[in-house]
Design a protein around this ligand. Structure first.
Ligand code: HEM
Length: 505
């Protein structure tokens, strides 16, 4: 009996694998036929299968199982000269990976109506409903028209104030010793979350208060719900509601309630509240006429998406920047001298942002080497699209390969792998051209990041303040490879928390 069941299961597995392979091969053959000369890979295991994402496939499996291993993909695509595009077909999807900067620029800036965003892949961040990140076409334009201007100078000034206050609270909580080992990944995660809470929602969290107040009508604090929702994003999508922890379920519900209350407050209020993102969004949305406004649910969804888009991205970039500065004491010295020259040792004011050019150059160069979004996804939707000489069938997912462009020696020169913030300050024409065509960490065109300046202000304030107070070093026995080893799921982050030695100046 067991033998029969075992044989049946083995047969089913083999048949599934075989039919998956045939489906992938059919796609690949079609792609090859339409695009002679293009390198096309067939994947037996789908590219975004949990088996791949969570590295569950044993390393010893023969190459045929992958057809193209992750290593080959990274190496073959990012470093080999002459490969500006390739295709990968699995049983479900055809992917077209592109690293030609001019074609990528054209897609992002000019062809955004035709080559759209694959919004069907964004279900993970739709948990409070559709929003500026997860919509396309006329709906997206309605979201963007209202949300875009919210990220103006008034909000940037708020970001500055919040960053300054939170950074000072953070320093007060750091050890008083001359030298201390600090987990800067963790600190920057908390820092960036608190900045969003303040500039995004008007909630000023105290650095050392881990819990936060619980107002009437709630069982959890705003702080707990916000942190828990962010930590459980993946769980909300992957697991049924009943299997989630009570904290995760309650947080999702109560975080939504908190946002609803703030939206009602902003509607009732005149102009007296500070212009945090949620309030400014609400006011801007309700100033529109009926057909172009955002509903309360849409405002809530956009409020939430700002945390998703703006928290880890900035925190990870800061963690990488500190690691890179610890590895390059000479660059750290230049940065320190620059900050002292501009500020003379005082804390920065918002008006100083434009003068702290070296701090911003450190951010730009960090994002060049470690872009948070390693590939910007686009989609051919229901039509065949032609990109350069390539013909892509309907439903092709197009990846703008940010890392490959950022690390292309033809654009950046032979020192492409080196950490050199000066690239972004150079008046040399070739250097300036490289930045113009080869630097896209915030995307480009109408769908570029709305929070670019938000993150820049936040980054420049905290980096400048830390470097004026501390010298940052690599702990003994920790290698460069260990420090910078990366993992990418939604964003690119250091695989191991970055722990550095901070010595008071
Ligand atoms: C270092 C920090 C950041 C990086 C590298 C970054 C990068 C990006 C990129 C590459 C996109 C385009 C994604 C795509 O098309 O698939 C994007 C979009 C977006 N970002 Fe950021 N981002 C950062 C910080 C922020 C912050 C702080 C906020 C808000 C507080 C934010 C809000 C958004 C929003 C709302 C969009 C969607 C825009 C649209 O589709 O119209 N980002 N970001």
């Amino acid at each position: 009996m067991w033998k029969i069941i075992g044989t049946a299961i083995a047969f089913l597995v083999a048949a599934t694998i075989f039919s998956t392979y045939l489906a992938a091969k059919r796609r690949a053959d079609k792609f090859k036929k339409d695009n002679p000369g293009l390198q096309v890979y067939t994947l037996l295991v789908p590219l975004f299968s949990p088996l791949r994402i969570f590295h569950l496939l044993p390393k010893w499996l023969p190459w045929l199982i992958y057809d193209m291993s992750d290593k080959q993909m990274a190496k073959g695509f990012t470093t080999e000269k002459g490969t500006d595009a390739l295709a990968i077909c699995d049983s479900d999807v055809s992917y077209f990976l592109l690293r030609d900067p001019a074609l990528c620029h054209d897609i992002m800036v000019n062809r955004y109506k035709e080559i759209v965003k694959p919004v069907h892949t964004y279900v993970l961040i739709d948990i409070y409903g559709s929003n500026i990140v997860t919509t396309e076409g006329a709906t997206w334009r309605r979201h963007r028209k209202i949300a875009g201007p919210v990220f103006g100078e008034r909000n940037n000034a708020l970001v500055h104030e919040a960053s300054l206050r939170i950074a000072n609270e953070m320093f007060a909580a750091w050890p008083t010793d001359q030298t201390a080992l600090i987990d800067i990944s963790e600190e920057m995660m908390q820092f960036a979350l608190y900045v969003i809470a303040s500039a995004g929602f008007g909630k000023d969290f105290a650095w050392t208060d881990k819990e936060g107040d619980i107002p009437a009508g709630h069982t959890l604090s705003f702080k707990t719900t916000m942190k828990t929702v962010i930590e459980n994003l993946m769980n909300y999508v992957m697991f049924p509601d009943w299997s989630l922890s009570k904290l995760a379920r309650t947080s999702r519900k109560e975080f939504g309630q908190y946002m609803d209350e703030m939206i009602e407050e902003a509607i009732a209020d005149g102009d007296s509240l500070s212009p945090n993102i949620l309030q400014a969004l609400t006011k801007a949305a309700f100033a529109e006429n009926e057909s172009s406004k955002l509903t309360k649910e849409e405002i809530r969804a956009n409020g939430f998406i700002m945390i998703v888009a703006g928290h880890e991205t900035t925190a990870n970039t800061l963690a990488y920047a500190f690691a890179l500065l610890a590895l390059h004491p000479d660059i750290q010295d230049t940065l320190y001298q620059h900050c002292i020259e501009v500020l003379g040792g005082r804390d920065p004011e918002y008006a100083d942002f434009s003068k702290l050019t070296y701090s911003l150059a450190v951010m730009n160069e960090t994002l060049r080497l470690y872009p948070q979004v390693i590939a910007i996804p686009k989609y051919s939707a229901d039509q065949t699209v032609v990109i350069g000489k390539h013909v892509l069938p309907p439903k092709t997912e197009i990846h703008i390969e940010v890392t490959a462009i950022h690390k292309n020696p033809d654009i950046w020169g032979p020192d492409v792998d080196e950490f050199k913030p000066e690239r972004f300050l150079s008046t040399d024409e070739a250097r300036q051209n490289a930045v113009k065509i080869g630097w896209i960490p915030f995307s480009e065109g109408p769908r570029a990041c709305v929070g670019k300046k938000f993150s820049q202000v936040e980054f420049v304030v905290v980096l400048t303040m830390v470097i004026m107070r501390y010298r940052v070093g690599v702990p003994e026995g920790v290698s460069r490879e260990h420090l910078l080893e990366s993992a990418s799921l939604f964003t690119l982050k250091p695989k191991h928390n970055v722990k550095l030695v901070f010595s008071r100046r």
